[in-house]
Every structure is written in structure tokens, then in C-alpha cells.
Design a protein around this ligand. Structure first.
Ligand code: UD1
Length: 352
């Protein structure tokens, strides 16, 4: 079997790591195409090195642009690239513009399309990620669902026959990295206690009043807040003249994946709008506060490890110091072996 993975943005590289590793132990051929959506070393190259992912076979070098221009450039490039590899499966990851371009290119070329992380919904149609994931699920021949909630959602949308539950590959990489860190500890980011924070989603960064409110809420916390600064946040803050050194804030360059897991393990709490970080906090049993009106990962909230703070000026102190949940949250994201399940399901469903 030949599987062609298309990735482009940071969270897709994290998901690619366990998949590439699972393929490495098989006779199957795994081709990696990078769209170039993320091109900064801190958002891309370092992830290949730190997570020991083979170099991409091809980088389309698309870069940043408005959504339509960026997605269109990827679509045009993939139109010639995908057939040249003649894959048994094109594998699309998550919910970025790279995901949707991959889906459109594959279905129009009649190449079998599998969607990893299918069935997640925010039900917020203002989010670019929501369009990307809904359209990709409905284009896909195979929906690889990470959770039972995602399976239920795909059934509701009439996609049951194409859906398979595989578990969450982000749990694979998170748990494996946490275990690796026990044997290979990294120098501490700073002395605890501290909070780890990230803000990068368009709905938070692109509304000046909201961004100022969120930064002020973080700056006002009584413990240091290590803020990992995504380029989108850096640009918006520069445009606004907002000071990232204010109050409790301690801005740092985007962390590598192992650095982030180590930082979470030593943190009092996480404050974020990242989907991945919400789950990493849950898996590593740290309090999380999500700066959004909804989450695609309801299991983290139901268990009490995550709370939503939807407001513009959230009062964060009671949330980051709330008592830790005591009930057993179970393993809604699987047992850390999802990538093997993905390879097995792709092989089983091939040519059907
Ligand atoms: C994208 C995904 C988002 C994901 C995030 C993770 C979409 C619609 N969004 O958002 O779901 O959570 O990646 O990081 O695909 N930039 C750089 N260097 C880079 C990449 C981007 O400076 O390597 C800057 C550019 O100014 C660009 C902006 O960041 O315009 C946004 O980048 P883009 O890839 O469009 O979306 P993200 O915000 O990174």
C-alpha cells in the first residue's frame, strides 16, 4: 500500500509524527508532502527534527496569504503532484487550509481520501477550521474518528458507513513524549510556579478589543505567565502597539513539542485557545482554561480538567487556581496506539 500524507501547519506535524513512525515498521510506502503553509523554523522544521519525522518528499512552498489565495495555491500545486505518486490513499490531517486543499484535490482526481481527526465540530461557522473539517469529512471516502463523540457526530451527518474509530494520534505522541522526558529531562523553562499560555486563533487575535482584554487578563494573574508567541499573535500585537512584557507576561518564542510537553508537566495551569494543548493538559492532568466559546474536545470539559472562558475580559485567577478534579476521566482519546490502528484500517479499507 502507498499512502500519501499531506501536511502544512504545526498541529499537522505533531499528528504526522506517530503516523510516520507506525508506517516505518511496515512494508507500506509512506510519502510526505508539505504544503509550506507554515514555513518558519519554529513552526515547521524543528518539529521534523524533534519528533524524528522523515524529511518531506516534497515541499510546495505555498506560504501565507488570504484564505482563498492560500487554499487555491495549494489546490493548484496538488493537482499535478498527487497523481504523480499514484497513491492508494491520500491522507489529510485535522482542519487547516492545507487539509481542505488536500481534500478538494484528491476527490477531484478520484484518488481515495482518508481524513484523520474526522467528526470534530465546534458548531461555530465563523471559524475557518470548522469549514475545513466539515467539508473534508463530507469529501472523504474514509473518516478516521478520534473519539466516540466524533463517531456519533459523523453518524448524525449520514457518514456512518465511511467512519471508523481509531483513537487520537495526538494522545500517542503526547504520552510517548512525556515518557521520553522522564529519561531525558530538559532544562526547566523557568522556576515554578508558572502558567503556560498561548493565543493564536483568528477569533482571538484579529479583534483588537478582545485581544487587548485577553492579554490584560493574563498580565493581571498573580503568577508568571509563560506566553508562547505564535507569529500571528506577534504581528497583531505589533499592529496594535500591545506590550507583551506587561505584568505577569513572559513572552517566549514558539516552543518545540518536547519543550511544550515539559512546560505543561511543570505548570500550575494552562490558558490557551489551542485544541492540541487542551488535550495535552487533560492527558497530563493539568488544569486548563480555554479562551473560546466552545471546544471540539468536550471530554476535557466534562471531566473537569478544562473550563471555557468565553468572555473578552475573563476573570482568570479563580479558574487557574480551581481545585483539581477527583473523578477518573477514563481514556476517551485511546491508549496511545491510534497510529497503528490508522495504518491497519487504511490497509483493510483499501480498494473497497
Ligand atoms: C493555522 C491553522 C490553525 C492552526 C494553526 C496552528 C488554518 C485556517 N488555520 O493557523 O487551525 O491552529 O495553523 O499554528 O489553516 N506566519 C508566519 N510564519 C509561518 C506561518 C504563518 O509568520 O510559518 C504568519 C503569517 O503572517 C500568516 C499568519 O501567521 O499570515 C497566519 O498563518 P496561517 O498559516 O494562515 O494560519 P495560522 O494562524 O498559523
Amino acid at each position: 500500500m502507498k499512502v500519501l500524507s499531506v501536511v502544512g501547519a504545526r498541529p499537522q506535524l505533531v499528528k504526522l509524527a506517530p503516523i510516520a513512525q507506525a508506517f516505518a515498521g511496515t512494508e507500506h510506502e509512506h510519502v510526505i508532502v508539505h504544503t509550506g503553509q507554515h514555513y518558519d523554523t519554529a513552526l515547521s522544521d524543528r518539529f521534523f527534527a524533534d519528533l524524528v519525522i522523515p524529511e518531506p518528499d516534497l515541499n510546495l512552498g505555498v506560504g501565507s496569504a488570504a484564505h482563498g489565495v492560500q487554499t487555491g495555491a495549494m489546490l493548484a500545486a496538488l493537482d499535478t503532484v498527487l497523481p504523480s505518486y499514484d497513491p492508494d490513499w491520500v491522507l489529510a490531517y485535522g482542519d487547516t487550509n492545507s487539509t481542505m486543499a488536500t481534500a478538494l484535490a484528491a476527490v477531484k482526481l478520484h484518488l481515495p481520501l482518508a481524513h484523520l481527526e474526522a467528526g470534530l465540530r465546534s458548531f461555530n461557522r465563523r471559524m475557518p477550521e470548522e469549514h475545513n473539517r466539515v467539508l473534508t469529512d463530507h469529501a472523504a471516502d474514509l473518516c478516521l474518528a478520534p473519539t466516540t463523540a466524533a463517531v456519533t457526530q459523523l453518524e448524525r451527518e449520514g457518514l456512518a458507513a465511511r467512519t471508523r474509530l481509531v483513537g487520537d494520534v495526538m494522545a500517542d505522541v503526547c504520552l510517548a513524549t512525556a515518557a521520553w522526558l522522564q529519561a531525558h529531562p530538559l532544562p526547566p523553562l523557568r522556576q515554578p510556579p508558572y502558567i503556560v499560555a498561548t493565543i493564536h486563533r483568528a477569533e482571538n487575535t484579529d479583534d483588537p478589543a478582545r485581544l487587548r482584554g485577553l492579554l490584560a487578563a493574563l498580565a493581571g494573574l498573580p503568577v508568571p505567565v509563560v506566553l508562547s508567541v505564535h507569529p500571528r499573535l506577534a504581528k497583531r500585537c505589533a499592529d496594535l502597539g500591545a506590550d507583551l512584557q506587561e505584568g505577569a507576561l513572559e513572552p517566549v518564542e514558539p516552543l518545540s513539542y518536547p519543550e511544550m510537553i515539559a512546560a505543561v508537566l511543570s505548570a500550575e495551569a494552562i490558558v490557551t485557545d489551542s485544541g492540541g494543548l487542551q488535550k495535552e493538559a487533560f492527558l497530563l492532568r493539568r488544569r486548563c482554561v480555554t479562551l473560546r466559546t466552545e471546544t471540539e474536545w468536550p471530554e476535557t470539559v466534562e471531566s473537569g480538567w478544562n473550563v471555557l472562558a468565553p468572555g473578552k475580559d475573563p476573570s482568570l485567577e479563580p479558574l487557574v487556581t480551581r481545585p483539581l478534579p477527583t473523578s477518573d476521566p477514563g481514556t476517551p482519546y485511546g491508549d496511545g496506539q491510534a497510529a497503528q490502528a490508522v495504518v491497519a484500517v487504511l490497509d483493510e479499507e483499501r480498494g473497497q
